[in-house]
Write a protein of this length. Structure first.
Length: 159
């Protein structure tokens, strides 16, 4: 069975770790491919999203899951439709023709259509920024990511 392993290298320590990993491999042959990449969304970004929908639930008239589904549909889908050709093709042919309420249901558990899970850190930053602006615009008080040391959720994308 062919197995692909992806490792993100952000600094010299990561290079050292990668070299140790490669040095300990015992199955050959193998192919190593190095490419400049964009990281998948970060766990910090995921925690921040979860925190904000929970805060919205406490202040609004929907559950955290409903706010999450709403944000996925209104902010996540447009980002991916604009930047992910595969997503756009499938979304437009299968989901776009559906009624709004059906689309909203697809964004939430138990179906939970992959939207933010397909995003890289740059896309997730756009998503979080739009989500934050929307929820603040509703008058919700949201935790500032800087107070949690989570302001780095943007730093990976500012270069």
């Amino acid at each position: 069975m062919k197995k692909t392993i992806t490792r993100s290298v952000r600094n010299k320590a990561d290079i050292s770790s990668l070299c140790s990993y490669l040095g300990n491999l015992t199955e050959f042959p193998l192919t190593v491919r190095i490419e400049k990449g964009v990281e998948k969304r970060s766990s910090q970004q995921n925690r921040l999203q979860r925190l904000w929908v929970n805060e919205a639930e406490d202040q609004g008239d929907m559950s955290a899951e409903e706010y999450r589904g709403y944000c996925k549909l209104h902010f996540g889908v447009p980002i991916l439709r604009n930047e992910d050709e595969e997503f756009r093709g499938i979304y437009d042919s299968v989901i776009r023709p559906l009624q709004y309420e059906q689309k909203l249901q697809l964004m939430m558990i138990p179906i939970d259509l992959p939207v933010t899970s397909r995003m890289n850190t740059k896309q997730k930053t756009k998503y979080l920024d739009q989500m934050y602006q929307h929820l603040k615009g509703l008058g919700f008080i949201l935790t500032d990511p800087k107070t949690l040391g989570l302001d780095q959720y943007k730093e990976a994308n500012n270069g």
